[in-house]
Design a protein around this ligand. Structure first.
Ligand SMILES: Nc1ncnc2c1ncn2[C@@H]1O[C@H](COP(=O)(O)OP(=O)(O)OP(=O)(O)O)[C@@H](O)[C@H]1O
Ligand SMILES: [Mg+2]
Length: 327
C-alpha cells in the first residue's frame, strides 16, 4: 500500500509557565520520538491512557500545533514547514472530527451554514445555490435529510450532531480524517451506527483514517493497524490481528487484558498496573513504562529501549523483545 504520510522523530514539548523568575523552564513532553507511516486507505487506530499524547499527535499532523522537532512528509513535502497557500491546500486534505460536535458547532449557525462555512472560506462554492446543493449532498452522505439544513444544532440528537460534524469535515473533500474520540460521547448503540457510517464513507470516498480512542474495543472494531501510546511514545504498532494475538509490550498486554474481549494470550485474567501514570513533565528515566511494568528488568530503569521491528510490520519499544531477538 502506498505511504500517504511519513512521520519521523516527531517531538512536541509544551513550555510550562514558571512560578518564580529563578525557576528553570519546564516542558511537558507530550510527544517523544514518534515515527510511523500512514498508508493510503488504511484505518490506523491510536490508543493509550489519558495524557499519552493522542490528541497532540492529531493536532501536530494537522498543523494546529507546530512540532518541536521532526518531520511529517506528505506528497513529498515536509508539512512542518508549509505556510500560506501550500498550508491551505494541505489543510483541505486533512480534516478532524472531534468528540463533542456540540461544542465545535456554532449554536447560532444553521446546520446548512455550518457545513457550507469551510467551503466558503476555501472558495469552493461561488453562489448560494451551489452551496445549498453541496450541503444537501453532504447531508445525504452522512444519512441525514437535506431539509435538516435549516435547523440549528440544538434540535439534533448526539448521534445526529456527530453526523453533522462529519459532514462538515467532509465538505472540502479531504483524503484523511483524523477522528479524535469521535464516538466516545455516544451511547453504545449509536456508537456502532456512527462506526458503520465511518466504514461506509471510507469505502465510498477512499478515505484514510487516524482513529484516536481510549476505548480499545472501538479501535479494535474499526482499525486495520493499531498504535499503542504511553507518555508520548509509541510502545507498540502492529496490524490489528497480530497485536491481539502476539502482543509483545507489557503495556499492550495490560490494555488488552482489561478490554471486554481479551485475546487468548491475556484471557487468564486482568492485569492491574501498579502505581499512577507518571508526570509527562518529568518522564521516568530508561523505559517510560518501567515504573508500572510487571516484567521490569534491571536495564529498564537505565536505558531507554528503541522502537524496533520485531516481525514484519510489528514494532515494539521494549527491552524484553531485544532479549528475545538475541536469544
Ligand atoms: N496546549 C498545551 N499546553 C500544555 N500542555 C499540553 C497542551 N496540550 C496538551 N498538553 C499536555 O500534553 C500531554 C498530552 O496531552 P493529549 O491531550 O495529547 O493527551 P491525550 O492522549 O489526547 O489524552 P486524553 O485521552 O485525555 O484525550 C498531557 O500531559 C497534556 O497535559
Ligand atoms: Mg485527547
Amino acid at each position: 500500500m502506498k505511504v500517504l504520510l511519513e512521520v519521523r522523530n516527531l517531538r512536541k514539548y509544551f513550555p510550562v509557565k514558571k512560578k518564580t523568575f529563578r525557576e528553570s523552564r519546564q516542558y511537558v513532553h507530550a510527544l517523544e520520538d514518534i515515527s510511523f507511516d500512514l498508508r493510503e486507505g488504511e484505518t490506523l487506530g491510536v490508543v493509550g491512557e489519558s495524557g499519552s499524547g493522542k490528541s497532540t499527535l492529531g493536532r501536530v499532523i494537522l498543523r494546529l500545533e507546530t512540532p518541536t522537532d521532526g518531520t511529517i512528509t506528505y506528497d513529498g513535502n515536509d508539512v512542518t514547514s508549509l505556510s500560506g497557500k501550500d498550508l491551505r491546500a494541505f489543510r483541505e486534505c486533512f480534516q478532524m472530527v472531534f468528540q463533542d460536535p456540540y461544542s465545535s458547532l456554532n449554536p447560532r449557525l444553521t446546520v446548512g451554514n455550518a457545513i457550507a462555512e469551510p467551503m466558503r472560506i476555501h472558495g469552493k462554492v461561488r453562489s448560494h445555490n451551489e452551496a445549498k446543493s453541496a450541503v444537501s449532498e453532504m447531508l445525504l452522505r452522512v444519512g441525514l435529510q437535506p431539509e435538516m439544513a435549516n435547523l440549528y444544532p440544538h434540535s439534533f440528537s448526539g448521534g445526529q450532531r456527530q453526523r453533522i460534524g462529519i459532514a462538515r469535515a467532509l465538505s472540502l473533500g479531504p483524503k484523511v480524517l483524523i477522528c479524535d474520540e469521535a464516538v466516545s460521547a455516544l451511547d453504545v448503540s449509536v456508537q456502532s451506527q456512527v462506526l458503520n457510517l465511518f466504514n461506509r464513507l471510507k469505502r465510498e470516498l477512499n478515505l484514510t483514517y487516524i482513529f484516536i480512542a481510549h476505548d480499545l474495543s472501538v479501535v479494535r472494531y474499526i482499525s486495520d493497524r493499531i498504535m499503542v501510546m504511553y507518555l508520548g511514545q509509541i510502545m507498540e504498532l502492529a496490524p490489528k490481528e497480530q497485536l491481539f494475538e502476539t502482543m509483545y509490550h507489557p503495556y499492550t498486554e495490560s490494555l488488552i487484558s482489561a478490554s471486554p474481549e481479551p485475546s487468548t494470550k491475556t484471557r487468564k485474567g486482568r492485569i492491574i498496573l501498579k502505581g499512577e501514570v507518571p508526570s509527562s513533565l518529568n518522564p521516568p528515566k530508561g523505559c517510560r513504562f518501567h515504573t508500572r511494568c510487571f516484567k521490569e528488568m534491571p536495564i529498564c530503569s537505565e536505558t531507554e529501549p528503541e522502537l524496533r521491528e520485531v516481525a514484519p510490520g510489528h514494532f515494539v519499544r521494549c527491552h524484553l523483545c531485544a532479549e528475545k531477538g538475541r536469544g
